[in-house]
Ligand binder design. Structure first.
Ligand code: ATP
Ligand code: MG
Length: 140
């Protein structure tokens, strides 16, 4: 298994409820390391560019509004098989379907306000990391 990097976002529903530390602890407990991190506030237009792959989906506008509604924490997680491991710790998109012990099972409010984002493949991970971070900001 190779060491990978993946992009993780702690979403507005979680920053609003002061859950940042509890969520990061879940990643660290699973063996993932935070190698870059910042708290930012996206505009709706920036959220739209990040989620451009979902442009045609019915929830796109609602998703962009939500992602711009409060600060987010963007971070690069590093570790063995980090892309899949991150998604395992996150749990299913819909908290009603998420496994026990996952972030979304414990903290997500709904399918839309589901506390975290994680890249889904090596290509999207590289692209999403580049969207938020320069090489100099990633310290492994
Ligand atoms: P993410 O990409 O955020 O890690 P995901 O890969 O589990 O989550 P996607 O299918 O890529 O899920 O959807 C992206 C995001 O869009 C979801 O995390 C959620 O916030 C929102 N979303 C997805 N489906 C719905 C829906 N039916 N209604 C409202 N929001 C949705
Ligand atoms: Mg996704």
């Amino acid at each position: 298994m190779a060491v990978q990097r993946t992009l993780s976002i702690i979403k507005p529903d979680a920053t609003r409820r002061n859950l940042t530390g509890k969520i990061i602890a879940k990643f660290e407990d699973a063996g993932l390391r935070v190698v870059a991190q910042k708290r930012i506030r996206l505009t709706k237009e920036e959220a739209g560019r990040f989620y451009a792959v979902h442009r045609e989906r019915p929830f796109y506008d609602e998703l962009c509004e939500f992602m711009a509604s409060a600060p987010i924490v963007v971070q690069v997680l590093e570790g063995e098989d980090a892309i899949a491991k991150n998604r395992e710790v996150m749990g299913a998109t819909d908290p009603a379907e998420a496994a026990e012990g996952t972030i979304r099972k414990e903290f997500a409010l709904s399918k839309g306000e589901n506390s975290v984002h994680g890249s889904d493949a090596p290509e999207t991970a590289a692209e999403e990391i580049r969207f938020f971070f320069s090489e100099l900001e990633i310290v492994g």
